[in-house]
Design a protein around this ligand. Structure first.
Ligand code: VGL
Ligand code: ZN
Length: 202
């Protein structure tokens, strides 16, 4: 049983990232039972929710002529252009219906500013705009964070690396995550997480 200073962070387990969704991650729905069991076991439980306005800059449809999954240059650096997903208030932005979202202490929404994406639960993609999650977790007394959710190689990896940067211990349960794996992004993310000091477990 995880101790009182252990927090579970479930990243973006939403309909649009599950099979049938706008940015479906293969097997995304398979992790729901394990995540529910984790939600029962941890004393501090946070869900994140990707939450974009329809005019969000990360959507390919908002860049005339740009193909989904191509990369563009933003003022804050390179940005993959995604199919429109997790639009605020739509069914695609809702949590997977099997997820025990009622168990969460906090639901943190991210990516709500039109001009900037936010893969990480801690910092938006400019790497400086804070979401406030680190302060919340510190004030709750959390010292070690365990990550599950979608997608391993984007929002989970960026969040776990930022957790270490913010001074937390971080573990990613790879078996409780699924990946997009775009152009080798899963292998790169695993390497980056290991290099940052994130513990990778099954
Ligand atoms: C994510 C791409 C775009 C994720 C969110 O949750 O990993 N990926 N928005
Ligand atoms: Zn997104």
């Amino acid at each position: 049983m995880p101790g009182e200073t252990q927090a579970l962070i479930v990243i973006d387990l939403q309909n649009d990232f599950c099979p049938g969704g706008a940015l479906a991650v293969a097997g995304g729905d398979e992790i729901v039972p394990r995540v529910n069991a984790l939600l029962d076991a941890f004393p501090i439980r946070v869900l994140t929710q990707d939450w974009h306005p329809a005019n969000h800059t990360s959507f390919a449809q908002n860049h005339p002529g740009a193909a989904p999954f191509s990369t563009t240059e933003m003022p804050y650096g390179p940005q993959v252009l995604w199919p429109a997903h997790c639009v605020q208030g739509t069914p695609g932005a809702a949590f997977h219906p099997g997820l025990h979202a009622d168990r969460a202490d906090l639901i943190l929404r991210k990516g709500f500013r039109a001009a900037i994406d936010s893969y990480s639960a801690f910092f938006e993609n400019d790497r400086t705009t804070a979401t406030g999650l680190a302060g919340y977790l510190r004030e709750r007394g959390a010292t070690h964070l365990t990550f599950a959710g979608l997608a391993t190689d984007f929002c989970v990896a960026w969040s776990a690396i930022d957790a270490v940067r913010a001074g937390f211990g971080a573990t990613v349960l790879l078996g409780a995550c699924r990946a997009i794996d775009l152009n080798g992004s899963l292998a790169a993310a695993r390497q980056a997480m290991r290099a940052a000091g994130v513990e990778l477990e099954s």
